[in-house]
Design a binder for this molecule. Structure first.
Ligand SMILES: [Zn+2]
Length: 239
């Protein structure tokens, strides 16, 4: 996390203003804002506005900028704590974005399991509704979920079609891949277990359900041995 400390302190960050506090010799950085947005500030720990800025460093003598010391940055400046960070700070999703990604991931895993190997049994549908509500889909009902699965089947011929597997794998990787690096191992395993419990709700795993869960585990960057261990563990633990 590349914090940058401007030479002259906070007063010197304001472009176009002379240095404050009587710093007569040193380097002053004049910052220019390139763009702004929202990020998760690793300094003050929350979703904050940021400005992406580049700076021009100048050698200052008797308060007068003389020699150019070249460009510096770009940096990300937090609007709240005003600390500077490297651009890699923008790689981390905001907490709002992370919770949306997590919700979408649960939805994708649930649908992937439900649409595998035939129409969803009532028990599986029940389990799926509970899981989706727990993930924040408050208005999810069995009727709506059933209708969605029927629509998916009619639309794509996904049910009972072995050729649909690559498409399903792509969906799982798209929904889970970007999320995986930001989850702790326990969080990734919990997502897989949610899918496993829905698969188990209407009886033992079918080969297609195992395939889908293995794909989900792979997308979540869980080791295949751990996926196998978790799938067995799910058969032993009650919901
Ligand atoms: Zn901050």
């Amino acid at each position: 996390m590349g914090r940058t400390a401007p030479f002259g302190g906070r007063g010197d960050r304001v472009p176009g203003l002379p240095g404050r506090g009587g710093r007569l010799i040193g380097t002053r950085t004049a910052w220019t804002t390139v763009c702004d947005g929202e990020f998760f500030c690793p300094g003050c720990g929350g979703d904050r506005n940021y400005q992406r800025r580049t700076g021009r460093r100048r050698f200052v003598f008797l308060g007068v900028p003389l020699l150019s010391r070249g460009e510096t940055g770009p940096v990300v400046e937090c609007a709240a704590c005003q600390d500077h960070f490297g651009l890699d700070a923008l790689d981390h999703p905001t907490t709002v974005r992370l919770s949306t990604m997590l919700r979408d991931a649960v939805h994708t895993v649930v649908l992937a399991v439900l649409t595998t190997g035939g129409s969803a049994a009532r028990a599986a549908l029940d389990a799926a509704v509970t899981t989706l509500r727990g993930a924040g889909f408050d208005d999810c009902t069995e009727e709506r979920l059933g209708a969605l699965i029927d629509a998916l089947a009619a639309d794509t011929g996904r049910l009972n079609d072995p050729d649909c597997a690559p498409g399903l794998a792509i969906e799982l990787h798209e929904a889970l891949g970007p999320l995986a690096p930001h989850l702790a191992p326990a969080g990734r395993e919990a997502l897989l277990l949610q899918g496993a419990r829905i698969a188990l709700a209407d009886g033992p795993y079918t080969p297609a359900e195992r395939d889908v869960l293995a794909t989900a585990g792979c997308a979540l960057t869980i080791d295949p041995d751990d996926v196998a261990r978790l799938l067995v563990a799910a058969t032993r633990t009650p919901r």
